[in-house]
Structures are given as C-alpha cells and as structure tokens.
Write a protein that binds this ligand. Sequence first.
Ligand SMILES: *Cc1c(COP(=O)(O)O)cnc(C)c1O
Length: 303
Amino acid sequence: MDFLTPTQPTPLQELHDEVVRKAGVRLLIKRDDLIHPVVSGNKWRKLKYNLVRARELGYNTLVTFGGAYSNHLFALAAAGSVADFSTIGIVRGDELTPQSSPTLQYCQEQGMQLHFVSREEYRHKDEGALVASLLGQHRNIFVVPEGGSNELALPGVREMVQEVEAQLIGQPDYFAVAAGTGGTTAGILSALAPVLAFSALKGGGFLREEINTLVGKEALTAHLQLITNYHFGGYARYTSELLDFIRGFEQQHQIPLEQVYTGKMLFGLYDLMRKGYFTPGSTLVAVHTGGLQGRLASLNQVD
Ligand SMILES: *Cc1c(COP(=O)(O)O)cnc(C)c1O
C-alpha cells in the first residue's frame, strides 16, 4: 500500500459491557490502530498531508524530532521507507545510541539517519536552528515538527472525523482522545467536533494553549474539555492499576491497548462513565490512536 493513496475507513466498533450499560451511553471505538500495518493511528493521519506537501514541493528527505520511545519518530521512519523519502531523526539525549530502545533500532533499520543531541540543546534551540546546526542551512529537507503536530496535521485528522460522521450518520456527543502534543485534538476541533482530551502527561493544562495555537480560532476550543488527572505519574509512567485495567479491557473486548496513551484515555473514560459524567443517551467515540509498537511486553503476562 502506498502511504499517499487513500485508505478504507477504519472500523467503528460498538462496545458493550456493564459500565457502558449502567451509564446509559453508547460507546464506540474508532479503530485507527488498524489504518496501516506500521504507521499506525493518529501518526498516519497527521503525517499524511505533510508527506503530500513534501512530495509536491519536491523534497526527498524528511527530518523530525523525538525521544527514544517516540511513536512519531517510529511512524516517520516507517512512512519514509514506505513512501520513498530519506529520513533523519534528531533524538533527545546524547548518551543514547541506536541500540538504546526498540524504537530507535527500528528507525535505524528503516534507514533513518539518527543524530543524538543533548537534552540541553534539544530544549533550548528551536527546531529550525537545530536542523541548521546539525545539517547545514541549504539541505533540501522538509522539517516535520515534534509529534508531527503542525497545520498540515489537521486535514488528515479531519478525515478521521468525517469517516466517523459517515459511519454514525451524525455527530457523536464527544470524541475522546489521548493527548500528547495536542495535534490530534486540534484536528478534531478543526472539524468543529466536540472533544474530551485526556492528557498523557503530568501538568497537561499547557495543552489548551498549544491546541489554541494550532486550531487558530479561539472560539473553536469552546468545544474542548481537557482532562488532566489521568496521567498516572507522567508521560510513559504507569501503575499496576492502569495495567490491570488494560488487561481487563483487552480480555473483555479483544482490542489491544498500550499504557502510554490509549490505556490512560480509556481508563479515564471508564472512570467518568462510572461517575455519571455523561448524560444518559450520549454517544461517545473513543479514538484508538494506535501506538501499539510501544505496548509493554509484560501486559501479556497474567498474574
Ligand atoms: C502520539 C500519540 C498520541 C498523542 O497525539 P497528539 O497529537 O500528540 O496529542 C496519542 N495516542 C497515541 C497512540 C500516540 O502515539
């Protein structure tokens, strides 16, 4: 499959269980984890029009940024090799090597050229300056920001919303989505759809500003409810309570989750359903944003 050709709509699957029944809501899950064998979920949606633009403008190399476990870095390396772009990854942490994580190993295997920079430098330089200092000013490279969250990410995410609206024959009362940089949330808002965004990071309040900046029109964020108390200690942190929830959900619904994003979002959503947060009769669409490459192996062990 060429990365740049249209895909079939991903399944929209209804979930039935005790919590959903008691809350009196309709819960569906948008299976964007199935959108592509390697470039999964929201990363595919966000990269799509970045790659289209890069190709239109005649670029043959993509550069981006991320940490050792970044799903975005992984997705861009995969997308580049599928769509025939060279790729460069600028990685946070100069103590790292390509062997430091399965993600980095995979990126290198896809042909991504990796540059490791100190956390200091990564934090303090803007992305353009980092690229220039590492690669020189005049290279023919298309820069995709960290997380892939730029203006070009929005139309791809809007296509997901349009798919759901066609599948449901209407708009849900809420989309529920996990948020890291807020790009996916912004994309849904840009389709004028209401969103419940669950921050995967501690102190996720800053996301409102990021999302505002991306969507452009302040008014649109009136549709946003930002939920910041299901971070489980911070980005990529987890607890046994979270892992138990994921195992239970997977067993009941036969849908795999992971502990960084989708597990936290669904934990939060189920908690809110239990607490009577939603008006009975509401329709909720949880977006499965993928990311299963980062799923903990220990989730397979039942204890
Ligand atoms: C990156 C990622 C997110 C966060 O998306 P943002 O657009 O950065 O908010 C959510 N879920 C998964 C599985 C991801 O990989």
